[in-house]
Write a protein that binds this ligand. Sequence first.
Ligand code: GDP
Length: 295
Amino acid sequence: MFNNLTDKLDKAFHILKGHGKITDVNVADTLKEVRRALLDADVNFKIAKEFTTKVKEKAIGENVLTTLQPGQLLVKIVKDELTELMGGDVAGINLSGTPSVILMSGLQGSGKTTFSGKLANFLKSKKGKKTLLVACDIYRPAAINQLHVVGDQIGVEVYSEPENKNPVEIAQNAIKHAKANGFNVVIVDTAGRLAVDEEMMTEIANVHKAIQPQETLFVVDAMTGQDAVNTAKAFNDRLNFDGVILTKLDGDTRGGAAISIKSVVNKPIKFIGTGEKMDAIDVFYPSRMADRILG
Ligand code: GDP
């Protein structure tokens, strides 16, 4: 998943091996390498610096150098801090509405439509929820078709109004349909553009205001590194979303988005996408992710 980062962190901790007793110079060298590895993984400079400062303070506070296995303890401190940086605890999604409305946001190509299908499938098979998928992309007929294909594949109804060019109306009508037909969850898939633009932001902000979703999720491609973090900021400024979905983690990504997005927008990563198939979805567990990063 994060092969390059994992290799570099492994090398950083190698500095501590083979020493009978480690010194504060060894610790400083290790942390310098950890910081370099984070920067190479496209973690923002300030976050990487704060991270190693925290690890160092903790190492001093826990008297790492005087313990029996200082190297192992330092690795544990790094793991705990990484977990914390990625959100600490697992973040659930709010399904308290009748129906619960989930609004999907993100750039075109981020994996929004695919993830909408995966989430509907997850809620259906794991939580027994009757879910309605809503196609709110008024620009690309292909996007509406794509959602119907996904819906057919997982046996979930898709609501669309191909002739209607008003996404607010489509979303509102879909929610009415869901209420009238006993759906528990409504997932609204919106139009995405190739880059953040004002028109797109206004459109989704209008849909958001009109339907007042329980959950607004921001979908982002993990392969895009710092861009992912910047796009998240732009969407969060307008939508104040509730959580992040990190897709395409099945590829070998650098890791920066997974590590830094939470601290930049102060919103948790809730799910990850790990492939193109409908079951390639996982709840995001910060501590498990930290384990994978450390290898
Ligand atoms: P949208 O424009 O945001 O709705 O993006 P799509 O859902 O159409 O996804 C864009 C492309 O990314 C498609 O080819 C998907 O199959 C692919 N994709 C989506 N999620 C994942 C994922 O988690 N892993 C991989 N490898 N591909 C994905």
